[in-house]
Design a protein around this ligand. Structure first.
Ligand SMILES: Cc1cc2nc3c(=O)[nH]c(=O)nc-3n(C[C@H](O)[C@H](O)[C@H](O)COP(=O)(O)OP(=O)(O)OC[C@H]3O[C@@H](n4cnc5c(N)ncnc54)[C@H](O)[C@@H]3O)c2cc1C
Length: 452
């Protein structure tokens, strides 16, 4: 049977673009790709990239305060949100065009339309066109949502936050995950009065307890008011803002309410269930280690499969799929020891097991250094840096590393290599320190603070 395409990709985000490019340019496949919103997907258009640029923008007041402590006669002045927003938009358009160029150069045919799946080898575009394909890749990502509560329509999500007409004076961020915590810090840094409500006992669930406690304490100290054990019951429009009626009995008023209480895989309405593609409880597409669904010609990568929802992981999954199916180089995406960062202020960088997870697995030693860094100490700041290593008592391998402090994201990328290589505590100890740096603490922690 002949097909219109060897591969049709639905979704032009991190995973879909990589898979399409490799299948076409290196696998010599005929590839079509449909994207319903903007090429580049969540990461480029409404995720990692614009968020990180907002993080940078929000860090300047702190830097200016530090500069003053170092003797510079400077004033922070006012933040021009409109200027920043239009510059941000221009940068995202540049990146979107770069993605389009990459796909064009690789020979991928793109369609700026929504696509759905008709049968195991047919996709339909929103304009009615249908194409057949030997393989179909679902790379439709995920989306934020506001839970079903009275007044939900008054809240925004991370999708809207980059397009605000003006910055609010008072903002409520609901949620305790990394996106909620990052935006609480961003808005706080930009001069907004920020409250964060989280229904659990501590923000950043799933990360090392000590590290997330450290981040939460620092966020509070820098001005974010975190209310744990607190959820919103309803939102009400008032003459002057939005009233949030909460489970702790409070009624506070805000100008902006942002929900970041989780994301849902974009799997509904694609026609998948009828074909026999299995979906999980949250709507995630079930795949095997090769990213293949229960329908052999249909594969899925990235956030829609809800494995590890990070851009580099989606890229690796898309790449492994293309290598396997179109280059004859069978390769599974590796989900072990993926390092990641939370761009709160201070940042959290993490790789491997938390102390709690490691403890449940085997006897461990824990090494901790908590100290005030030279640069900020001089500026009179109270911020403390945390460096933490979790070590297996038996194998001596470093099972986890957690860093809280400036540049933690950059540092953990490099520690990730060592941990991925199976470095032991003694390998860390044999490494001579780079002085004076913060990260030298990673190779100079001599005695465990506890064994368990
Ligand atoms: C605010 C925020 C911050 C983030 N920060 C980070 C970070 O710092 N680091 C990190 O690694 N990750 C971060 N992420 C996560 C990261 O963005 C995702 O893991 C990544 O984008 C997933 O890639 P993907 O290819 O699976 O899906 P996506 O990038 O979401 O791409 C899916 C694409 O499919 C399109 N689409 C959906 N349905 C259809 C359809 N039926 N037809 C056609 N097109 C369709 C969508 O429009 C979208 O463009 C962040 C996410 C958010 C929301």
């Amino acid at each position: 049977m002949s097909f219109d395409y060897d591969l049709f990709v639905i979704g032009g985000g991190s995973g879909g673009v990589r898979a399409a490019r490799i299948a076409s340019a290196e696998g010599k496949a005929r590839v079509g790709l449909a994207e319903e919103y903007r090429m580049g997907g969540t990461c480029v258009i409404r995720g990692c990239v614009p968020k990180k640029l907002m993080v940078y923008a929000s860090e300047y007041p702190g830097m200016i305060a530090d500069a003053r402590a170092y003797g510079w006669k400077v004033e922070a002045g006012a933040f021009d949100w409109a200027q920043f927003r239009s510059q941000l938009e221009a940068e995202l358009t540049r990146l979107e065009n770069a993605y389009r160029g990459t796909l064009r150069n690789a020979g991928v045919e793109t369609f700026d339309l929504r696509a759905t799946v008709v049968d195991a080898h047919t996709v339909a575009l929103a304009d009615g066109r249908r194409f057949t394909a030997k393989h179909i890749l679902i790379a439709t990502g995920g989306r934020p949502f506001v839970p079903d509560l009275p007044g939900a329509e008054l809240a925004v999500t991370s999708n809207e936050i980059f397009h605000l007409d003006a910055l609010p004076k008072r903002a409520l961020v609901v949620g305790g995950g990394y996106i909620a915590s990052e935006f609480a810090c961003i808005l706080n840094g930009l001069g907004v009065e920020v409250s964060q409500y989280y229904r659990g006992a501590q923000i950043l669930r799933g990360f090392d307890d000590e590290a997330r406690g450290h981040v939460a304490t620092a966020m509070q100290a820098s001005g974010v008011t975190i209310h744990c054990g607190t959820d919103v019951l309803r939102l009400e429009k008032t003459a002057t803002g939005i009233r949030a009626v909460a489970t702790d009995g409070t009624e506070r008023e805000f100008d902006l309410v942002m929900y970041a209480t989780g994301r849902k895989p974009n799997s509904s309405g694609l026609g998948l269930e009828a074909l026999g593609v299995e979906l999980g409880r949250n709507g995630e597409i079930k795949v095997d280690d090769w990213s293949q669904t229960a329908v052999p010609s249909i594969y899925a990568v990235g956030d829609v499969t809800d494995r590890i929802n990070l851009t580099p992981v989606a890229i690796r999954e898309g790449h492994a799929f293309a290598d396997t199916v179109f280059k004859g180089e069978p390769r599974k995406a590796d989900h072990e020891l993926v390092a990641s960062a939370v761009f709160t202020q201070p940042e959290l960088g993490t790789v491997g097991l938390s102390e709690e997870a490691a403890q449940a697995q085997e006897p461990i030693e824990v090494y901790v250094a908590s100290f005030r860094a030279m640069q900020t100490l001089f500026a009179g700041r109270q911020d403390r840096v945390l460096m933490k290593l979790i070590v297996s008592q038996q194998s001596r391998k470093v099972l986890g590393c957690h860093i809280v402090g400036p540049g933690a994201g950059e540092m953990i990328q490099l520690v990730g290599i060592a941990v991925k290589m199976g470095a032991t505590k003694e390998d860390f100890d044999r490494t001579v320190a780079v002085h004076p740096t913060m990260s030298e603490e990673l190779v100079t922690m001599r005695n465990p603070v506890r064994r368990s």
